[in-house]
Design a protein around this ligand. Sequence first.
Ligand code: FES
Length: 321
Amino acid sequence: MKHTNETLRLRVNRIRAEAKGILSIELNDPQQAELPAFTPGAHLELRLPGGHRRHYSLFNDPSERNRYLIAVSLAANSRGGSQHIHSSLREGDMVTSSAPRNNFALADTAGCYCFVAGGIGITPLMSMIRWCVTQGKDWRLIYTARSSHRAAFYEDLQALSTKRVQCHFTEESGGRLDHQALIASLAADEHLFCCGPDSLMQALLTAGKAVSNRLHFEWFSPPETLPQAHSADEGFELILRKSGKVLRVPPQQSILETLESHGLEVPWSCRAGICRSCETAVCSGTPEHLDLVLSDEERTSNQSMLICVSRAVTPSLELNL
Ligand code: FES
């Protein structure tokens, strides 16, 4: 799904405790109008007080057009996002949100699907699982959490299928997940989708190097091993088509930082190439894509780039800014 700048005003219709430290929130249009559609794995970017922008995955069935469901885990070191939602958000409040975006799209041509969730990472996988159930696709879930009390949607998943869901609750008797064995168990046409703590995703990324084209991750923060820029030691010319400005991006400085140093404001959230908030259309020149979310097709087309991390392989790059 392409990035869209559409902004929605949504009403908090219901807040419910899903598990220890996890709230689910139902959002509707205040006039009960149909909401923009979303695809499995999509998220909303909520605009919270204090200028905070936070991404929350949608966990309801993508065929539903009357509501969005998100789940929010109270982060131990919350910088304002989950803390605000847990302590201040009430039913009846209005919130501002982006339209749904998807950086974690389902490869719908896979023969079967292996989902791996760590804690609150279950949320985007729930919409994928619901899609699989509706479409009659073969799926399985490996769910890791500290305990069943902390595992959101545990009962829903048990009701959906006990034989497809395998739990590893570290404070109970689930045992630890064997990453090598899991990768080895993937069928030839099986794709793995993982969302959870960086340690879990990094372990699967390392174990699954040989089948990396069938592994899909939703990163909350950048992985330890980031794509390396070949062009980091070289500067390049940056032309801004709308304003007519011409700037120089120095070595070791991002396009986003260069724009900011000239007093130009552009949207951003993660500054790490994992959220798409800074996606910008490319008019001419060739980007060096260093993000973690564009698809292979999007990289090849060079129609847009994530300016917080990506650079240029050509001496000049023109952006639609
Ligand atoms: Fe998140 Fe650039 S700000 S990808």
